[in-house]
Design a protein around this ligand. Structure first.
Ligand code: TRP
Ligand code: SF4
Length: 404
């Protein structure tokens, strides 16, 4: 069968916040490292998104982007496997955002949970702007421009992928209708070859009759993995599964990233704004010093006081970094006061330092040669633009904007 994940596209982005910390690493980046060898991955720096809340302070934007990309590469993102680029260098994101804005009801944007939440949380900033309201739509454009099957994100971004799906549905409904749709879809099916066409029909039937989501996925993957289709026929066959019209902008699925709890040094969630982070490329001596001073279960005021690992943020880090045996050793030693906190932290410090050392080593080449990073990005942008141009060609044509 021609189903091939290598042709299945995955897209995700990250705001440029500067050098990353372990929270960013375990919350997103580490997941990207695995995905790059399974799918056709596009990963980008969402620099325009940084402007939606940080429009007053753009001085460090370029440096933040560079440092973040160095972290990506240091962590093992491989430019030979994944396409790495910068949002603002692919202006098609803006064009699609504009066109989608024409069909997006204001209420959809006002109802996105992050809209009011963020305005409350960032009270010191004036976020009553057009750009901030439109931020989820910009994200929808980011996604739909590449027509990915999956968007790996954490829980906090699920609502944004959901609105993306709604916008895609609305777009396809408005512009994907064409005369003779069924006849054209049937004709496209002939190009698949009879075996694949039969499988496609079976899966389509399963989906339409029983709502079998797995069959829908499989049918989509079948098309993704098929090289001999024109873009328009691919859209028809994608749309034909669900029986609507052409699926010019296919609805992507969330690939929910498991996000372990990564506590910062003070026990609160690790976050740059709390100043409680461990950097991905931080000096090992500094990491050791910080971890030695990290907050533990307050009940263990003295070495002889027993503690409760469930109340200790250090133990949450053990859950990420240590083997089951080490975790058991730490937990029972804590409860019985058999070990002290410094002792408990020792294997953890070693594990974090080993991880960070590997990233530092890989990043060094890029730190010393920022032009190498720039050329990786330039190449990624070119590749991304090719994909983006192909989509915009279809979008313009569908909307009656294909002037010749
Ligand atoms: N909004 C995302 C965040 O703040 C970043 C982002 C922008 C993104 N565009 C995207 C993520 C497209 C996935 C897909 O984390
Ligand atoms: Fe935390 Fe370990 Fe100290 Fe227990 S012994 S309080 S788990 S650092």
């Amino acid at each position: 069968m021609s189903q091939s994940p290598a042709n299945t596209r995955v897209l995700s982005g990250m705001r440029p916040t500067g050098a990353l910390h372990l929270g960013n690493y375990h919350g997103a980046l580490k997941n990207w490292l695995d995905l790059q060898y399974q799918y056709d991955c596009y990963f980008f720096v969402a620099d325009w998104h940084a402007l939606t809340t940080g429009y007053e302070d753009t001085e460090h934007l370029e440096e933040h982007t560079l440092q973040m990309v160095i972290d990506w590469l240091g962590a093992g993102l491989n430019p030979a496997a994944a396409t790495i680029f910068i949002q603002s260098q692919v202006p098609e994101h803006a064009e699609l955002h504009l066109l989608l804005s024409m069909i997006t009801p204001l209420g959809w944007l006002e109802r996105v949970p992050t809209y009011k939440d963020q305005q409350e949380q960032l009270k010191e900033k004036d976020l009553a702007t057009y750009g901030f309201l439109g931020y989820p739509l910009l994200q929808s454009a980011d996604i739909l421009l590449y027509r990915p099957s999956f968007v790996p994100v954490g829980e906090d971004q699920v609502a944004h992928v959901e609105i993306t799906r709604e916008i895609a549905r609305r777009f396809n409904h408005l512009y994907g209708r064409e005369p003779e749709f069924v006849a054209k879809a049937e004709k496209a099916l002939k190009n698949l070859g009879s075996k694949t066409a039969d499988l496609y029909r079976t899966l389509r039937k399963a989906y339409q009759e029983t709502g079998d989501e797995a069959a829908l996925e499989q049918a989509r993957a079948l098309l993704d993995g098929h090289g001999r289709l024109t873009l328009a026929d691919r859209e028809r066959l994608q749309g034909f599964i669900e029986g609507t019209g052409r699926s010019i902008l296919p609805e992507p699925d969330v690939l929910l990233t498991a996000t372990p709890k990564v506590p910062g040094l003070d026990g609160r969630k690790m976050s740059k704004s709390y100043g409680n982070t461990l950097g991905l490329r931080e000096d090992p001596a500094e990491i050791a010093r910080k971890l030695k001073a990290m907050q533990t279960d307050p009940a263990r005021a003295r070495r002889t006081d027993p503690g409760d690992p469930a109340k200790c943020p250090v133990f949450d880090l053990h859950a990420i970094y240590s083997s089951t045996a080490t975790q058991e050793w730490a937990a029972s030693g804590c409860r019985s006061a058999g070990i002290g906190c410094i002792e408990c932290k020792k294997p953890l410090i070693d594990a974090v330092v080993v991880e960070v050392e590997a990233i530092r080593l890989r990043a060094k080449e890029y730190e010393e040669n920022p032009d190498l990073v720039r050329s990786i990005l330039a190449e990624g942008c070119e590749k991304a633009r090719d994909a983006a141009r192909a989509t915009m060609h279809e979008v313009r044509a569908a909307m009656g904007l294909n002037y010749r």
